[in-house]
Design a protein around this ligand. Structure first.
Ligand code: F6R
Length: 613
């Protein structure tokens, strides 16, 4: 998972691929490789380590030719190593693949292929793709049809690029869900493919963005796009302005919208290198969490501000439930004035996108002064919160530019879920079967988020209906209570509409007096352990004439019969449900603000990084 670059045309593919991958280096990776059709043979160079290592390999043993495909990988299945680095060759040596995403049904597919006698040469899920393609080719299909059949067999969200020595005039690629984009760059008698525009911007400004469940057959003269079902697609060709900002915004109107959509990829990157789905274990090396430290921790304080603090509230439920360690969440601006009870067996865990928020840093300093172990979950590499900590988890979201935080909210939810599992494992408070089941659920996350994002058009229609409201109550319970706070914060900060997040159970103690036909009530009602309680909340709001917008699990007829508007989400294991339920709330806030014509990316009075008390 990470960067993809491909080229077909009269030039040598190798330098184009190496330069393109270089431009995607900021996303991080642990191995790199490329495959080029050299005459009649596919040649591969790949290894663990940085692009400089790949360049060394290519210098030592040059390859020329076209087409070619390249990849930077962050490990999800199997350690970073030469054998696990992409591209992956099929058994015949005639087909090769690079891939971003997680093949959710990889174990089943691998078992089927192994039973047929296929030998696997890596630990990756990606290798199943190339073997499946060869399997269909052996049955008489050409590359395009064999690829189509394969794309329809694999579950999850993916960007995939394939080439075959037997059909040297083409590259076949696909996008399934939102595991990072697939961008096709149009040249004169040559064409380019990449996961992100910066990789190919030096060659062309004319691009086509593949939509989910579309595939493309690319020759040097032409690009043919079809759905995975085989229907032809007339693509829109976008012209990208030369300035870096427009290039970065790509097909989206605002950075916030782009960043909402980037969450599939950000979450796939979050898992990469940390989760080993083969042995069901979590690895967070930068956290420096030894078994000895894990066993002596008696309390964790999570400290953060705004959106990051709401992420911490979800983390409290996860860590207490999975690792059985008491957790308190204290907002950064209060921490140092609250005289927290800290000793050397206390952890202070700071969460911060920027890593420079003054109140969060002051809380960390307080923790340091009192002898706590300091951890941070941070997005900005090298920031103060990362440098100060004894151990950290770096959010793998890439830069977040929109002032309203989105992808830097969902990433720490998954980071804390992983942290809770690791802590439980090292403390011996979790049995093997539970650990494996919790880890296996992580594999579903990118696709669940991707499917939720597909509802954007329906959510936009709800936004149109709500665009003129003056106020809104957001209600949630249990693990989704902080999502009510976060949803309300998203709405107020970018649309300037008053919104309040509230624990649903507290309604009857006061706020219920506010409900009438002018006060819409948004209820977080996924199928989690608090579902029934939330149903009765909806009934109470309806009884008082309130307009109810519900976030509900697909197929929930009970909620469908009660609510005025529904934002559907797919069924999700409850401990991961906040990662999914927050998505429609981000999209709803975004569209209400965009419809009102507001400056979504830079709302008034707000700064991306709050470096003053
Ligand atoms: C809201 C938002 C803010 C930040 C808060 C902390 O969308 O972005 O509430 O979450 O200012 O910022 P960081 O995470 O940089 O410490």
């Amino acid at each position: 998972m990470c960067g993809i670059v491909g080229y077909i045309g009269p030039q040598d593919a190798t330098p184009i691929i190496l330069n393109g991958l270089k431009r995607l280096e900021y996303r991080g990776y642990d191995s790199a490789g490329l495959a080029v059709l050299n005459g009649d043979r596919i040649e591969i160079r790949r290894d663990a380590g940085k692009l400089s290592r790949l360049a060394e390999l290519v210098n030592g043993s040059p390859i020329s030719g076209s087409p070619g495909i390249g990849h930077t990988r962050w490990a999800t299945h199997g350690a970073p190593s030469a054998r696990n680095a992409h591209p992956h060759l099929g058994a015949s040596g005639r087909v090769v693949v690079v891939h971003n995403g997680i093949v959710e049904n990889f174990l089943e597919l691998k078992d089927e292929l192994t039973a047929e006698g296929t030998q696997f040469n890596s630990d990756t899920d990606t290798e199943t793709i190339v073997h499946l393609v060869e399997h269909h080719q052996a049955a008489g299909l050409d590359l395009t049809e064999a690829a189509r059949r394969t794309f329809n067999q694999i579950l999850g969200a993916h960007g995939i690029v394939l080439l075959s020595a037997d059909e040297p005039d083409k590259i076949v690629c696909a996008r399934i869900g939102n595991a990072g984009g697939v961008v096709i760059g149009l040249g004169e008698n040559e064409n380019f493919i990449a996961s992100d525009i910066p990789a190919i911007l030096e060659h062309t400004r004319k691009v086509i963005f593949l939509e989910s469940r579309q595939m493309a057959v690319i020759t040097k003269e032409a690009v043919r796009i079809e759905t995975l079902e085989g229907l032809p697609v007339q693509p829109e060709v976008h012209t990208i302005a030369w300035d870096a900002v427009s290039a970065e915004k790509g097909e989206y109107r605002h950075f916030m919208q782009k960043e909402i959509h980037e969450q599939v990829r950000a979450l796939t990157d979050t898992l990469a290198g940390r989760v080993d789905f083969n042995d069901g274990r979590i690895r967070l090396p930068e956290l420096n969490l030894t078994p000895e430290l894990a066993k002596r921790i008696r309390r964790i304080y999570i400290t953060a501000c705004g959106t990051a603090a709401y992420a911490g509230m979800v983390g409290k439920t996860l860590i207490e439930k999975i690792a059985r360690v008491p957790v308190e969440v204290v907002i950064g601006s209060e921490f140092r004035y609250s005289d927290p009870i800290i000793d050397e067996d206390t952890v202070v865990l700071a969460i911060s996108q920027s890593g420079e928020t003054a109140d969060t840093l002051a809380a960390m300093e307080e923790g340091r002064k009192k002898g706590a172990v300091l951890w941070s979950i941070v997005n900005a590499i090298g920031s103060q919160a990362m440098r100060m900590a004894d151990g950290y988890i770096s959010m793998q979201t890439g830069p977040e530019i929109g002032v309203a935080s989105t992808k830097a909210f969902t990433a720490p939810l998954v980071d804390q879920y992983m942290l809770a599992i690791l802590l439980a494992d090292l403390r011996g408070t979790i049995d093997d079967a539970t650990r494996r089941a919790l880890v296996a659920d992580l594999r579903l996350v990118p696709d669940l988020v991707s499917r939720t994002l597909n509802s954007e058009p329906e959510i936009e229609r709800v936004a149109l209906k709500l665009k003129d409201i003056h106020s809104c109550l957001y209600l949630g319970r249990g693990i989704n209570m902080p999502i009510a706070y976060e949803g309300a914060l998203k709405l107020k900060e970018i649309s300037y509409i008053h919104a309040e997040g509230y624990p649903a159970g507290e309604m009857k103690h006061g706020p219920i007096a506010l409900i009438d036909e002018d006060m819409p009530v948004l209820c977080l009602t996924p199928k989690d352990p608090w579902h029934e309680k939330m149903i009765s909340q909806i009934q109470q709001a309806k009884a008082r004439g309130g307009v109810v917008i519900a976030v509900a699990t697909e197929g929930d007829e009970l909620v469908e019969g009660l609510a005025d508007h529904i934002l559907w989400v797919p069924e999700t294991p409850w401990m991961l449900s906040p990662v999914v339920t927050v998505i429609p709330l981000q999209i709803l806030a975004y569209h209400i603000a965009a419809i009102r014509g507001l400056d979504v990316d830079q709302p008034r009075n707000l700064a991306k990084s709050v470096t003053v008390e």
